[in-house]
Design a protein around this ligand. Structure first.
Ligand code: ATP
Length: 302
């Protein structure tokens, strides 16, 4: 195999709670992670000169060791002492620095692709163990689907698959610093509202979309929204246009909305397009590991 085409899927957080702060400054979390069918395209090509190179459609992204794709490729090529190299072409669609684990999912795709191309025979679990060295969300991005993430995000347990419903994803044209959000959280930690993560898991098990939407919560909204009120405006807009629930993903600023049917979701997307609140807007669906692998007609290897 000389090259491989991969989908690097984005995630949203249906629930995000921070339960404590470790002495080393890391935050203990309880998060419900959900993969969605919004993806970056990652093409990995085997090369003979031993170098690891990459290209991307986004000019502001690093294409050196700071890119998580390069880190992931290096990790495996070094460990297995592979003398050949790879070129990675990354076509970004997932909003960057937006709470959707874009970089982590690209890294997970590269682990998967390099494992396949060089026939390293690593299991999913092997790749998850290596992924955590790149970032706390990488093991989840290898695993995919609906999962509870604990620890600093790397302790994963599968949750029964999320209700299949249309998901509208909206990223305003602002940037949020994850570090700033967590620092602000530390200052008001005693006063934030904690979501009912266990109740949320029960509603997911029961496939109860209304129950899920009434219980979903993200503790980081309490600090990100006062800094960027546009996030609340986008949530309100989605709810006014038929979303059953809407919430910020990760540390933001991306907002997602769940809809009961496609017609309402499409109309809400159209209505949001007409405002000047969002820079990137996607209507997508929930990803479920059981539906995979996809039809043979799909040109992707993952
Ligand atoms: P999370 O949901 O895990 O907090 P995020 O959505 O906040 O992730 P990313 O999109 O992964 O954040 O990007 C954060 C930073 O990482 C960017 O500013 C970018 O410079 C750097 N980065 C490195 N590799 C990548 C990559 N492959 N894709 C996007 N960003 C990358």
């Amino acid at each position: 195999m000389d090259s491989i085409n991969l989908k690097a899927l984005a995630k949203i957080n249906i629930g995000l709670d921070v339960t404590g702060i470790r002495p080393d400054g890391y935050h203990e979390v309880r998060m419900i992670m959900q993969t969605v069918n919004l993806f970056d395209k990652v093409k990995i090509t085997r090369t003979s000169d031993g170098s690891i190179t990459m290209s991307t459609n986004l000019r502001f992204l690093p294409v050196n060791d700071d890119n998580l794709c390069i880190k992931a490729a290096k990790l495996l090529l070094d460990e297995f002492n592979i003398k050949e190299g790879v070129h990675i072409d990354l076509e970004k669609h997932i909003p960057v620095a937006a709470g959707m684990a874009g970089g982590s999912t690209d890294a997970a795709a590269v682990l998967f692709g390099v494992n396949k191309i060089f026939n390293l025979k690593l299991s999913k679990k092997d790749m998850m163990e290596r992924g955590v060295k790149i970032g706390a969300d990488v093991p989840y991005c290898v695993m995919r689907g609906t999962a509870l993430a604990e620890g600093i995000g790397e302790v994963l347990s599968p949750v029964s698959p999320m209700v299949k419903c249309p998901v509208l994803i909206a990223k305003p044209g602002i940037s949020v610093s994850t570090k700033q959000v967590y620092n602000a959280l530390d200052d008001c930690f005693e006063n934030v509202k904690h979501p009912d993560i266990d109740g949320l898991i029960e509603s997911i098990k029961a496939q109860d979309l209304k129950g899920i939407c009434s219980k979903m919560g993200n503790v980081l909204e309490d600090v990100t929204i006062p800094l960027h009120p546009i996030i609340a405006d986008i949530k309100d807009h989605m709810l006014e246009n038929g979303a059953v629930g809407a919430m910020m993903s990760g540390s933001g600023p991306t907002v997602f909305g769940f809809f009961e049917d496609n017609k309402t979701a499409k109309a809400a997307k159209e209505a949001l397009t007409k405002t000047n609140m969002v820079k990137q807007l996607y209507l997508t669906t929930m990803f479920n590991n059981k539906d995979y692998p996809q039809k043979r007609s799909d040109k992707y290897d993952r």
